[in-house]
Design a protein around this ligand. Structure first.
Ligand code: ADP
Ligand code: MG
Length: 410
């Protein structure tokens, strides 16, 4: 059984590993299931991670985001259990963790479960409230979305679970409801008050398209990204600095407070003039947060237009301004992310179109648009520069915008 494709000679020499096709990951999940449960699975579902090209920390402010699904997936293989007595109806393992977990959608108390299993339980409970009873299942989770790297492995896990339950029950949720159900699972069971971007990206991902998502109306405008000269390069700092884990909720609270002080429902409704009118009374930290959100929403809409027009110069400037704003006004960057962006900026003219931190911040990944003829040189230079200056080996990969969640077998 195929586990992964051997890298081609060219790619093996560079720092960008050959991509693992979804089919190979599916094979691996299938083999993992057979190893664990002694028979082949009956259903397999897959859901992608995502990278946000621009529009950071705007989703929970009712603003715009411009993400794409990536060619990295959570895959879940499942079958009805053998007819033996079981402590609970669902038994699941993940290749990322050692233990097998038992759970039941009828027992929504998640405290006894390890954090990773709570995402799955949350979705099972949400599906059950929609009348979609999963019934007894053996489940095996495999994935090549890095965990905690800002590429949304958590949403991929939730959406893969919901997609699996659709296959098992033979009922489909309306896609918007499915994304919202998964978001609720993350809020209520993982305690993360996330916006809607991650789950929408995983559900609505479309090959070769970015999605301009209006997080207020949930309207999606597809933006083709098909220029063969432009590659999306993701670089993982391989660090995570969150001190308390509460930074995300803190930023969210500051935005809500800033909106209240400005007299608007959310920062989506704030304008530069309104901010200027309140500048004397608003605490400096709230003014900085608002400045980021107002500017980032503008930049995101402009970025969708720039990509559609093939205006890569403008796109590069917008990405640079986004990073500066996240570093200085929103204060969610870190030394390693800044270094990767600086190194990208030092490459030959025209080699890197734009580069910025992506995801929540404090570590995780940068996203860069790189011209194809310079891809290997750029990747190598940034890899070496980062390793020399930090002592940490970064992980790099390229991806095209990928298809969203789907049932693979079922
Ligand atoms: P991100 O979504 O950016 O990767 P999060 O902290 O939001 O980071 O989510 C990461 C968490 O999601 C992991 O710590 C784990 O609990 C859960 N998770 C993600 N992928 C898997 C997986 N393949 N198996 C089990 N749990 C996973
Ligand atoms: Mg997440």
């Amino acid at each position: 059984m195929t586990v992964s494709q051997p890298p081609s000679t060219d790619q093996a020499l560079g720092v960008i590993p050959a991509p693992v096709p979804l089919a190979a990951l599916v094979d691996r999940a299938q083999a993992g299931f057979e190893d664990r449960f002694g028979r082949p699975p009956r259903w397999i579902a897959a859901a992608p991670g995502r990278v946000n090209v621009i529009g950071e920390h705007t989703d929970y402010n009712d603003g715009f985001v411009l993400p794409m699904a990536i060619e990295r997936y959570v895959v879940i293989a499942a079958d009805r259990p053998q007819p033996t007595s079981r402590p609970m109806p669902i038994c699941m393992s993940s290749s990322a963790f050692e233990t097998a977990e038992w759970l039941s959608p009828d027992d929504a108390s998640s405290e006894r479960l390890p954090p990773w299993a709570r995402y799955v339980l949350g979705v099972l409970v949400g599906c059950r409230s929609q009348g979609m009873q999963a019934g007894p299942l053996d489940m095996l989770i495999d994935s090549n979305v890095p965990l905690g790297g800002g590429l949304s492995s958590s949403a991929a896990l939730e959406v893969a679970t919901a997609t699996l339950i659709e296959a098992v029950t033979g009922r489909s949720l309306p896609p918007v409801e499915k994304a919202l159900l998964c978001q609720q699972a993350e809020h209520r069971f993982a305690g993360v008050p996330c916006g809607i971007m991650d789950q929408f990206s995983s559900v609505f991902g479309r090959r070769d398209h970015l999605m301009l998502l209006d997080c207020r109306s949930t309207e999606i405008t597809s933006v083709p990204l098909t220029d063969p000269q432009v590659h999306v390069l993701i670089i993982n700092t391989n660090v995570k600095h969150e001190l308390t884990g509460g930074e995300y909720a803190e930023r969210r609270g500051q935005c809500e407070l800033a909106a209240k002080r400005l007299g608007v429902a959310s920062l989506r409704d704030a304008t530069w003039d309104l901010l200027a009118d309140h500048s004397a009374a608003l605490e400096p930290v709230l003014a900085r947060r608002a400045r980021h959100v107002i500017g980032e929403i503008e930049r995101t809409v402009q970025a969708a237009e720039a990509i559609a027009a093939g205006d890569w110069k403008q796109m590069g400037q917008l990405m640079a301004a986004s990073h500066d704003s996240l570093r200085d006004d929103y204060e969610v960057s870190c030394r390693e992310l800044d270094l990767l962006v600086e190194l990208a900026g030092q490459q030959a003219p025209g080699a890197v179109i734009g580069s910025r931190m992506t995801g929540g911040g404090f570590g995780g990944c940068t996203v860069s648009l790189v011209s194809s003829e310079h891809l290997e040189t750029v990747a190598h230079a940034i890899h070496e520069g980062y390793r020399n200056q930090t002592g940490i080996v970064p992980s790099l990969f390229t991806t095209r915008p990928a298809a969203g969640a789907h049932v693979v077998v079922g």
